[in-house]
Design a protein around this ligand. Structure first.
Ligand code: PLP
Length: 362
């Protein structure tokens, strides 16, 4: 977590221990902190404070957006094939449709009119993809939605975008915007959904009517305060972070492509967020590669999943048309605000060595 987030959270983690008898004072402090956090989150997301709904993370925000819109308006839900499962499965739960993407992972806006129509109530297109980092052309998507499905709301999952992109301006065209604190140095289990004024949404949690009846449940005050602090710090340093991490990512990706025969980069680097390095290696199984890298001290991921005993390629790579063998040999190395030159040097030694070892034993 970012130190700013930890520091902001501390008083609220200890409130009951430090102040066992002053419950009214504690409640007032908590209310004030919540209001201040809401102002910060709203500003960082280009929204009004009343448009911010605090949630228990990105998954809940995505579900509220899709299931909540569907419950309020019925109609058809539509999302892209490369969405996170929080969107994909929420869309499936309300019987929604999936739209294809191009080989570079970008939604084909020219095909959208065939998939939309007046019966659509919610369209969900992520701002940046969690596996391959591709950024979607949200303004063009919004224009197609307004044209073909004027009654529909546009939801964007900005969970992966927030550390890297100016979500406040890029997602201005969306009616609903989801973020998750742990993706930008905040605590886990807290997030937010921007619900633009006038957007009709039914709650998916019923209870005490918090968040103006849009999300019942006692507020996670410490988490929300930590999220706001991390958001403010992220926005303040974002331009510098992106510039620095882009250089590191390019060195890492170019270095690995040069050092490893039969390696390929996934997607088009110019349309990816700075922190994403996604490659695939012929003749290598990612699961085995991850084990070797873990042993060497490199944390990475593959995106494939074990379903019914068989390793299945990631749905994102399948949607991009990546061949199965290639998809099963893929590797995602994520860079963040804390990544250093020496981390990159380390990965540039460890990954080629691990790939070579696996190829020798194949
Ligand atoms: N959406 C995207 C794009 C994500 O990457 C994630 C988490 O990795 C989520 C949604 C879910 O967020 P959370 O882990 O806060 O539930």
């Amino acid at each position: 977590m970012r130190p700013e987030a930890v520091e902001a959270m501390l008083p609220f983690l200890t409130e009951h221990f430090g102040n066992p008898s002053g419950s009214h004072a504690v409640a007032r402090e908590a209310r004030k902190a919540l209001d201040e956090a809401r102002d910060v989150v709203a500003e960082c997301l280009g929204a009004e404070p009343g448009e911010v709904v605090f949630t228990g993370g990105g998954t809940e925000a995505d579900n509220l957006a899709i299931v909540g819109t569907h419950a309020a308006r019925r109609g058809r839900a539509v999302c892209t094939a490369v969405e996170h499962h929080a969107v994909l499965h929420a869309c499936a739960a309300v019987g929604g449709d999936v739209v294809a993407v191009r080989a570079d992972g970008v939604v084909d806006v020219s095909l959208l009119p065939n998939q939309l129509g007046p019966d659509v109530s919610v369209v969900s297109v992520m701002l940046a993809n969690n596996e391959v980092g591709t950024v979607q052309p949200l303004d063009a998507v919004a224009a197609a939605v307004r044209d073909q499905s004027p009654e529909a709301v546009l939801h964007t999952d900005a969970v992966q975008a927030f550390p890297w992109l100016d979500v406040a301006s890029l997602a201005r065209c969306a009616d609903l915007v989801a973020v998750s604190a742990h993706k930008f140095g905040g605590p886990k289990g807290v997030g937010a959904l921007v619900v633009r004024d006038g957007t009709r949404l039914a709650p998916i949690l019923h209870g005490g009517g918090q968040e103006r009846d849009r999300r019942s449940g006692t507020h996670n005050v410490a988490g929300i305060v930590g999220m706001a602090a991390a958001m403010r710090a992220t926005v303040a340093s974002r331009v510098d972070t992106v510039a620095r991490v882009t250089v590191l990512r390019d060195r890492l990706a170019d270095g690995l492509l040069a050092a490893i025969p039969d390696a390929a980069e996934t997607g088009d680097r110019s349309s990816k967020v700075a922190g994403n390095c996604h490659l695939s290696f012929a003749g290598v199984e990612s699961e085995a590669l991850l084990v070797l890298l873990d042993g060497a001290g490199v944390c990475a991921s593959a995106g494939s999943a074990c379903t019914s005993g068989a390793i299945e390629p990631s749905h994102v790579l399948v949607a991009m048309g990546v061949a199965k063998e290639r998809a099963l040999g893929s590797l995602r190395l994520s860079l963040g605000v804390a990544t250093t030159e020496s981390d990159v040097d380390f990965a540039l030694e460890a990954v080629p060595a691990a790939v070579a070892r696996l190829r020798e034993t194949a």
